[in-house]
Write a protein that binds this ligand. Structure first.
Ligand SMILES: Cc1cc2nc3c(=O)[nH]c(=O)nc-3n(C[C@H](O)[C@H](O)[C@H](O)COP(=O)(O)OP(=O)(O)OC[C@H]3O[C@@H](n4cnc5c(N)ncnc54)[C@H](O)[C@@H]3O)c2cc1C
Length: 269
């Protein structure tokens, strides 16, 4: 691994490098999508928290919000991420909110962690969960996070904080894998939430018992990159069309003991 010399060559004698891959900033994507949606005439009611999906005669007819607004609808599509199983409790046996540690470190040797000497990485991720990014061009930090089991949380009531054990595991990973970063200061942390289905597959389908209601959720830590495909899948479900992947993400029963199927995810020691 002479090219990416920050990595410990004893642990990573080789790797796979994809020069066309990279990363996008999620906030900038969302901004772009919002602008585009508004151009298309979509009205976005910022600051409204859907609280009740109203029903009449077995059909979802309106959404009322915590802020006191009410929106009548011909068809409702719920894509509420980790809050989806709270809006639709019948989904709670099949999905949950899990929290994953994110760290920003300020490298004492930034050159070593700057592209092209360092790139977006997944470090034997099926067995460690660790992945990260080169020095951020404006913030000057290296972001490292874990794509692993996480901790189950209530999305509103539980604090989204990183604990000592998370930090201990990070330091141990760095000491072994990226020694030049092992003692550098952590300048920011957060615990970020996945909407984890028990099998790790998306959940995109019409509600089997309520007409006029479609659900698109279950990102399980890997939906952002799939965004360009998921919109089509959700639209097809809402409009009653079959997509070639509809069966995979259908409304389904999942046994409680089921484990995640994603190969590139650390499933614990
Ligand atoms: C640390 C971290 C790293 C990740 N890295 C990657 C990655 O590298 N690649 C990748 O593909 N994916 C990644 N993901 C996963 C990706 O972010 C999610 O899969 C994706 O954002 C899921 O999209 P979503 O629209 O289903 O949910 P969300 O992005 O959570 O969006 C749900 C939206 O619904 C709104 N909402 C919720 N409840 C209500 C309500 N009651 N009323 C009104 N609005 C409501 C929320 O405010 C939010 O805007 C990562 C996730 C985390 C946490």
């Amino acid at each position: 691994m002479t090219r990416f010399s920050a990595f410990n060559p004893q642990v990573y004698p080789d790797g796979f490098y994809n020069p066309t891959a990279g990363f996008v900033e999620s906030g900038r994507i969302i901004k772009k999508l919002v602008d585009y949606a508004e151009q298309l005439g979509v009205v976005i009611h910022q600051g409204q928290t859907a609280q009740v999906l109203e029903r009449a005669g077995g059909r979802c007819t309106a959404v009322s919000t915590r802020e006191g607004a009410r929106f009548e609808a011909g068809h409702v599509v719920v894509c509420a991420g980790v809050f989806t199983p709270w809006l639709l409790p019948e989904l709670q046996p099949y999905m949950k909110a899990t929290g994953h540690p994110v760290f920003h470190l300020r490298p004492s040797n930034p050159e070593l962690f700057t592209y092209p000497r360092f790139a977006v990485f997944a470090a034997d991720i099926s067995n460690t969960g660790w992945y990260g990014f080169p020095v951020h061009p404006t913030e000057g930090v290296v972001k490292i996070a874990n794509h692993g089991v996480g901790v189950t949380l209530h999305p509103e009531n539980d604090a989204r904080v990183v604990n000592e054990e998370d930090e201990r595991k990070l330091r141990s990973f760095l000491r072994e894998s990226l020694p030049a970063l092992a003692d550098d200061p952590i300048v920011y942390t957060r615990r970020c939430l996945y909407t984890d289905t028990l099998d790790g597959h998306f959940w995109i389908d019409r509600h089997p018992g309520i007409e006029g209601l479609t659900v698109g959720t279950g990102g399980s830590g890997h939906a952002l990159k799939m965004g360009p495909v998921l919109g089509e899948l959700i639209a097809d479900a809402a409009e009653g069309r079959t997509h070639r992947w509809s069966a995979r993400y259908r409304w389904r029963h999942i046994e409680s003991g089921k484990t995640q199927e994603e190969e590139a995810r650390f499933k614990g020691d």
